[in-house]
Design a protein around this ligand. Structure first.
Ligand SMILES: [Zn+2]
Length: 271
């Protein structure tokens, strides 16, 4: 765990997503939850050293961000779409998926359950706690239900996977909105961004993230312009030249052809 400002702590070394918390004089606010139960329980114990957990916020609905919800307590806040996703999740399917996502971890046991949010938002929600403000802003991109958490007093934003230092993942993405959302984030007044995966970055990284998304859209648009079928595009768009480092360290196998498929479908429908 690293302390990145006076009151913000972040863990970037876990399997699954980055998790963070903000310490206020009236308790702790957590952003995203550890996927592995033993890690989530330790995280809850760590936060308890700084005060009671008052709110937990899910920045998106993907399992690596929400699976630890049941271990953290507090009032859970997320996009209303995240609530729908959690309520319709199949626990047995997730138990299977978990084995692949966290090999070597203790399997999910009987104390695991999907925990849906207690409070939802569809556009904006502001929490005031102690001397801190938490501006929750629905900013679709990586998924339709992304919520960015902006804490002006600490000059930080938590973006979940709208910002990552690894290869961006498009399977449920809204590509044009993603760029718009990143431009919106750029206008906020902050120093540090806590990405969904990878090390904490300075504000300037948002410009790099926009470039990464644009590069992806451009590559698949070019394949469509050349008349490629989806299968041909999946063979040709490898991104090895554009992202030599990121293609060497993919967060999951098959990510590149999945990205191509989503962008191909999206750009075809748009045309
Ligand atoms: Zn995600």
């Amino acid at each position: 765990m690293q302390k990145i400002t006076d009151n913000v702590y972040v863990e970037t070394g876990n399997r699954g997503c980055n998790t963070g918390f903000v310490v206020t004089c009236e308790g702790v606010v957590a952003i995203d939850t550890p996927m592995v139960p033993e890690v989530a329980k330790k995280w809850a114990a760590e936060m308890a050293k700084y005060g009671p957990v008052r709110y937990v916020i899910n920045g998106e609905a993907h399992p690596d961000h929400i699976a630890g919800n049941c271990y953290l307590g507090g009032t859970l806040v997320a996009h209303e779409g995240t609530r729908d996703v959690i309520l319709s999740s199949n626990i047995n399917e997730f138990k299977q998926m978990f084995k692949g996502m966290a090999p070597g971890s203790t399997p999910l046991d009987t104390d695991f359950k999907f925990r849906p949010p207690d409070i939802t938002l569809s556009e904006r929600l502001t929490l005031y706690l102690g001397k801190h403000t938490f501006r929750l802003i629905a900013l679709p991109g990586h998924s339709p239900y992304q919520v960015t958490v902006y804490v002006p007093e600490e000059r930080v934003v938590f973006t979940s996977d709208n910002v990552v230092t690894s290869m961006p993942f498009f399977r449920q993405a809204l590509p044009d909105e993603w760029i718009k959302s990143l431009r919106y984030i750029q206008k906020l007044d902050f120093n540090k961004v806590i990405p969904g995966h990878g090390e904490v970055q300075d504000k300037s990284y948002i410009a790099q993230m926009i470039k990464n998304i644009e590069t992806w859209i451009g590559a698949v648009a070019e394949a469509i312009r050349k008349g490629m079928t989806l299968e041909e595009a999946q063979k040709n768009v490898t991104m090895v030249r554009e992202f030599p480092d990121l293609t060497r360290n993919l967060p999951m196998p098959g990510l590149i052809p999945m990205n191509v498929a989503r962008l191909y479908e999206y750009l075809k429908n748009k045309a």
